[in-house]
Every structure is written in structure tokens, then in C-alpha cells.
Design a binder for this molecule. Structure first.
Ligand SMILES: NC(=O)c1ccc[n+]([C@@H]2O[C@H](COP(=O)([O-])OP(=O)(O)OC[C@H]3O[C@@H](n4cnc5c(N)ncnc54)[C@H](OP(=O)(O)O)[C@@H]3O)[C@@H](O)[C@H]2O)c1
Length: 413
């Protein structure tokens, strides 16, 4: 019997498809001074943009295309400079190629997957886009992830159970659920996906599919970061302390602020000026615009020192955190880089009182139940940045890559 077919969005290689991969391969060459090669790479990117434009995508392509043309003009200028022995191409220039990962998303039709014995097949309602989705596409976890190409990204989903594997006892056809698919499998940007039952919970009627799909990755890492900061009670009966949450307007940050307030903490938060009111409404006691000098230095307006920092932004050095920490203050970095891991290790081996801890999400169903229950009771809210159809998945991808989401970016099927 022929397999049933579904619509899905996939990619076939790292970075911006062929162009991005070549850009990455050429990065070293470029940095060594063979800058003129970028023109070859850029032509590939441009062709891809032309191709996409040709198939009638109406999202941000004109804007992207203009950026592309401007970049090309600048790069051509630099190319000319090179011939005269001028400046070298920067890594940032090359990243603009690689970040064109959205160019390589392909709309396709593939067979509907079959659930294994302990999995459920879901007809998906919504999925949320997380930065890790396009970071994996850009090769951040290469060579481990993705385990194979073509790859359908998307980890956090809501959907209706249409088939249960033979050993599944707790879910049946017709159940509405929230699930975390796991990074190696992913598969959320599609009409159907299989979910492991050990990371699947019922979706309460109080939560829309979009609100439910926002929760798994972002709310779980927010919860686990707060626990790492020493907060174990989320009913206001725990120890009161001062906490700083950076990028409080983002997917993770907006849950972290709400959970910290449930725990009764004093929250200082950073965000852009357009989101100051939004973050205050989430419950933050003090809000800093990160583009002001006070925001950039992370100084609490009331002069408080932070017992912990849930660091959801990136690119802030230890020297900025250090003077703002209390004697035993800890920075929890949820976007670990090689540099921050080395710094964390250094703090540990030197028995530093002020600590830096890098944190990676440990998916577990108990935490899923906790955040879903909190959301059901109205104590934790998913703020939706934008909702896109599956046919416009590139727009969701581009919004996440831009780094300017307010809350969660959702794709609805
Ligand atoms: N360790 C893990 O397991 C794990 C799990 C989930 C997420 N993460 C990581 O956590 C990070 C945050 O994820 P996310 O989903 O929250 O990202 P996100 O939704 O894309 O964050 C976007 C928000 O961050 C704000 N922002 C950017 N730079 C800022 C800065 N320097 N100071 C203050 N606000 C800033 C932006 O404000 P403007 O628009 O005003 O610039 C925007 O509102 C990502 O690096 C992600 O990969 C890690």
C-alpha cells in the first residue's frame, strides 16, 4: 500500500544550503585574505533568492533581497580593496551568508511517519520556532546534529493523537497534547509528527494550540535555570533573593520573569525600549533598556546586587556581570559557548565565590507537567510574538534569526 503523504518543511544541508555550506568552507580562506572568493559564494546565495522569489514567496524576501544586494555591493568594494591590498573580510560578513539559512528551507511532501511502540502519531496544530532550530541548521552541533538529511526541524508541538503505538496506554486517538519531539528527531514543521510519550502531556482546554506549543523548550529551560539559581519553590514561600534576567522579552526570558515572580524573587530585567512595558506587565520589578549605558552595565536602578543572573542574551562578558553580583552570586548562562564553558570551569577550579554556570536543557516530563499546569491555572502565560502558516514557515524562521522576537514565534498547521 502506498504511504500516506504530508506537507513538511525541510532542509538538506548545513547553513544556507549549498551556498551556506560553501560560505562556511570558505570562511577560513576568506579570513586568510582570499576575499574575492566571496563573490562566488554570494552569487549562489543570490541565485537561491531569485529562485525563491520566482516561486512567489511574499514574506520578507524583498527586504532580504535588498540586504543581499547591499551586502554584495559592499563586498565587491572590499574585493576591489583586496586587489589593492586592502581590508580583510570579517567573520560577521560571512555570517550574513550563513544566516541565510532560511533560503534553504524547502516545502516538500513526504510520507507520514509511523509511531513506534511507545510513540504517538500527532496531527499537528502548532509548533514554535526556537533559536536552537536554526542554530542546528547552521551547524552548531555538527557533526552530531542533525543526524541525517533531509531534516524536518521543530521540537515543540501541539497536536491531536491520530494513532498510538502498541505499548501506549496513557493516550488515545483524539487526545489533544503538547509534546517535545527531541532535537535529534524534531519534525515539527510538518502536518504530522511522531512524539515520544515520555515527553507528551495533555493540552488543557484553557490553552490554545499556539500557547501550548510555546511552552516546552523555553519554559523548561527557564524553570531549570531558576532551579540552578537555587529556587525550588514557585509558590512564593521560598527564600527571597535578587535576580537579573537578561533578554527578558524573548521566548525564554518572558517565562523566566513570570516563574521568578511566582517564586517571590525580586526581578530586574533587561530588554529593548519597545518592550519595557511588556516586561513590567510580566511582573519585573525593575526594567533596564539594554541599549542605555545603565542597561549595558546591568546596574540595578535601586542599587541591588544580584544573587543570580538568568542570562538569556548573549555577548555579555563576565567583567560586566562581576561588579553587579552579590558575594556568592551566580550567572547561569543558557547559551554556552566554548569561551563561557572555559570561564565556568576556571571559576570552579579556582573556588571562586562568584560563579558562572553553563546550562543545557534536560527534558523531563515532570517539568513539562509543572509548566503546563501553571499555564492552565493562569499563573504562566505564553506571549505570542507572531503566528505564521506552514506555507510561510520562512517568515517564522527569519523572525527567529533576527533575534527580535517578543515572546514565542509560532507556526500553525
Ligand atoms: N541551554 C538550553 O538548553 C537553551 C534552551 C532554550 C534556549 N536557549 C538559548 O537561550 C537564548 C535565548 O532564547 P530565546 O528563545 O529567548 O531567544 P529569542 O526569543 O530570540 O530572544 C529575542 C529577544 O531577546 C532580546 N535581546 C536580544 N539581545 C538582548 C540584550 N543584549 N539584552 C536584552 N535583551 C536582548 C530581543 O530584544 P530586542 O528585539 O529589543 O533586541 C528579543 O526580544 C538563545 O541563545 C537560545 O539558543 C538555550
Amino acid at each position: 500500500m502506498a504511504a500516506k503523504i504530508m506537507k513538511a518543511v525541510q532542509y538538506e544541508g548545513y547553513g544556507g544550503g549549498a551556498a551556506g555550506l560553501k560560505a562556511k568552507k570558505l570562511r577560513v580562506t576568506c579570513l586568510l585574505g582570499r576575499e574575492f572568493r566571496h563573490v562566488v559564494v554570494w552569487n549562489l546565495v543570490r541565485e537561491e533568492c531569485h529562485r525563491k522569489k520566482g516561486v512567489g514567496l511574499d514574506w520578507e524576501l524583498p527586504k532580504l533581497y535588498n540586504v543581499a544586494m547591499e551586502n554584495e555591493r559592499r563586498m565587491m568594494e572590499r574585493g576591489n580593496d583586496v586587489k589593492r591590498g586592502g581590508k580583510k573580510m570579517t567573520v560577521e560578513d560571512l555570517d550574513s551568508f550563513v544566516n541565510l539559512g532560511l533560503c534553504s528551507l524547502q516545502h516538500t511532501e513526504i510520507p507520514i511517519p509511523s509511531p513506534k511502540k511507545d510513540e504517538v502519531l500527532l496531527k499537528l496544530e502548532a509548533t514554535s520556532v526556537n533559536p536552537i532550530d536554526w542554530k542546528v541548521q547552521n551547524g552548531m552541533l555538527r557533526p552530531f546534529l542533525p543526524p541525517r538529511f533531509p531534516f524536518v526541524p521543530g521540537v515543540d508541538v501541539t497536536g491531536e493523537v491520530t494513532e498510538a503505538g502498541p505499548e501506549v496506554a496513557n493516550f488515545k486517538e483524539g487526545d489533544k497534547v503538547i509534546a517535545m519531539l527531541g532535537l535529534p528527531n524534531s519534525g515539527g514543521l510538518a502536518e504530522f509528527a511522531v512524539a515520544p510519550t515520555n515527553m507528551t502531556v495533555s493540552r488543557p482546554a484553557e490553552l490554545s494550540p499556539a500557547e501550548g506549543a510555546g511552552l516546552p523548550t523555553a519554559a523548561l529551560i527557564a524553570l531549570q535555570a531558576l532551579r540552578t539559581a537555587g529556587t525550588s519553590k514557585f509558590d512564593g514561600t521560598g527564600k527571597s533573593s535578587n535576580i537579573l534576567i537578561t533578554a527578558a522579552s524573548g521566548g525564554v526570558g518572558h517565562y523566566a520573569v513570570q516563574l521568578a515572580k511566582l517564586a517571590g524573587l525580586h526581578v530586574t530585567a533587561t530588554c529593548g525600549v519597545r518592550n519595557v512595558e511588556f516586561v513590567k506587565q510580566l511582573g519585573a520589578d525593575e526594567v533596564l533598556d539594554y541599549k542605555t549605558p545603565q542597561g549595558a552595565s546591568l546596574t540595578s536602578p535601586s542599587g541591588k546586587k544580584y544573587d543570580a543572573v538568568i542570562h538569556c542574551a548573549s555577548g555579555i562578558p563576565w567583567s560586566t556581570f562581576e561588579p553587579n553580583l552579590s558575594a556568592y552570586g551566580t550567572v547561569i548562562d543558557i547559551s554556552p559557548s566554548f569561551k563561557s564553558m572555559v570561564a565556568a570551569l576556571y571559576k570552579k577550579v579556582t573556588l571562586s565565590k562568584k560563579k558562572l554556570v553553563t546550562l543545557v536543557l534536560a527534558p523531563n516530563v515532570e517539568d513539562m507537567k509543572f509548566v503546563v499546569e501553571s499555564a492552565k491555572e493562569g499563573r504562566l502565560r505564553t506571549c505570542v510574538d507572531s503566528i505564521h502558516g506552514l506555507s510561510k514557515a520562512e517568515a517564522a524562521w527569519a523572525k527567529s534569526i533576527s533575534g527580535h522576537a517578543t515572546g514565542k514565534i509560532i507556526v500553525e498547521m
